[in-house]
Design a protein around this ligand. Structure first.
Ligand SMILES: Cc1cc2nc3c(=O)[nH]c(=O)nc-3n(C[C@H](O)[C@H](O)[C@H](O)COP(=O)(O)OP(=O)(O)OC[C@H]3O[C@@H](n4cnc5c(N)ncnc54)[C@H](O)[C@@H]3O)c2cc1C
Length: 350
């Protein structure tokens, strides 16, 4: 992708973002590394401790619990370490879907990686310059040590909270854990971790194609984009979301007003700038894509169009070709390849 190619790989998505920690290390005579603590008064202090052992223990006994009470371990949200975060609300959207909310107001350091988001290559995104980073979180099961990624549907920084829709699949471990959570319970969580990033104003049109909970990265992207305002000089691309209807008998939760990041509210926010097309479950019809591209004047190769795709492999393959086994993008084949779109204009999400 020419200027704004979103970069996203699984290993980076799930990998730890390490913050350099500077330590003064030196080698002991035995060859083991140790941290050097030096102080000119250390020998004076140790002789005082030797001569007043009871007093020293009493002071220690009084200060340790007090300091624990006043300065408990900080449960900051960070991409690289799990912390136990409280669930402020859980809401059942359907027998398979639950909406959970995790506040990020306390401690204030939890906001850090939302305020200064990373790109997938580990560099800091240029949010002042209009770059938008879509992020996800990792939730772990306390019973067996596995983790799964989940995508907030909202602009977490603006709302001061993370809201995620979690689908429970048959035999699924983390889905089971989350669906058993009640308001006030805690969950092991780390993040935010970058999923992809784009400069939206570098496109004339952004097309998003999804089914089921794979709509979440697009709900987040749409929540983060500013609403079009006639007075603003900001260029907002035309937005087109192509999302499948649920299977018969299943709830169409994203089409309700239960959450402000769901479709009816986003439609209000963007007005004519956002087109939402609902399609039947199954293969993505070619005509829907042709219609979405036809209003563009330039040839498909020259268009400033970005097609973001979040579909299961069996639907992604005929539309644009599979991702590679190591979750690389792979060539653009299928319907989008036939229409002349290239890797510069298409981004596949797992
Ligand atoms: C970047 C990213 C973001 C994601 N965001 C979300 C999100 O916002 N909400 C969400 O619900 N999920 C999301 N997922 C999927 C999620 O991470 C888990 O894969 C899913 O919830 C299953 O996890 P589990 O531990 O419950 O089930 P597992 O124990 O992993 O799976 C149990 C069984 O279910 C099958 N299975 C797994 N997933 C599905 C599925 N979707 N449909 C049918 N069968 C399945 C498995 O093959 C296995 O047989 C995301 C995935 C990625 C990669």
């Amino acid at each position: 992708m020419s200027l704004t190619q979103p970069i996203r790989t699984t290993c980076l998505r799930c990998s730890r973002i390490s913050t350099p920690v500077s330590k003064t290390k030196t080698s002991s005579p035995s060859g083991l590394a140790y941290r050097q603590f030096t102080s000119s008064s250390s020998s004076t202090r140790s002789s005082w401790l030797r001569s007043h052992p009871r007093l020293a223990l009493t002071i220690l006994g009084l200060t340790l619990p007090t300091s624990y009470f006043f300065f408990p371990a900080s449960p900051s949200l960070t991409p690289h370490t799990y912390s136990e975060q409280p669930i402020s609300s859980t809401q059942t959207l359907s027998p398979q879907h639950k909406l959970i909310t995790v506040p990020i107001s306390q401690p204030s350091t939890s906001r850090e990686f939302f305020e200064r988001p990373y790109r997938t290559d580990g560099s800091i995104a240029n949010t002042e310059g209009g770059e938008v980073v879509v992020q996800h979180m990792m939730i772990k099961s306390p019973d067996i040590q596995i983790e799964r990624p989940y995508t907030p549907i909202n602009d977490c920084l603006d709302d001061g909270e993370i809201r995620m829709v979690i689908k429970r699949v048959r035999g699924g471990e983390v889905g089971r854990v989350v669906h058993n959570l009640k308001d006030g319970d805690k969950v092991g969580i780390r993040g935010p971790i970058p999923t992809f990033s784009i400069y939206p104003n570098q496109y004339d049109k952004i097309i998003m194609i999804s089914t089921g909970t794979a709509i979440s990265p697009f709900l987040q992207l749409l929540s983060k984009l500013p609403s079009p305002s006639p007075s603003s000089s900001e260029v907002i691309p035309k937005l087109h979301l192509i999302h499948s209807n649920p299977l018969e008998g299943r709830e169409d939760w994203s089409n309700t007003t239960i959450d402000k990041s769901f479709l009816p509210n986003l439609q209000d926010k963007f007005g004519d700038n956002l087109q939402i097309t609902r399609i039947d479950p199954g293969l993505i019809p070619k005509q829907v894509i042709v219609n979405s591209l036809q209003h563009e004047t330039k040839s498909n190769k020259d268009q400033r169009v970005l097609v973001l795709i979040c579909l299961p492999p069996m639907l992604m393959r005929p539309l644009c070709g599979s991702m590679t086994p190591n979750l690389g993008q792979g060539p653009i084949t299928g319907i989008l390849g036939e229409l002349g779109l290239t890797n510069k204009q298409v981004w596949k999400l797992e």
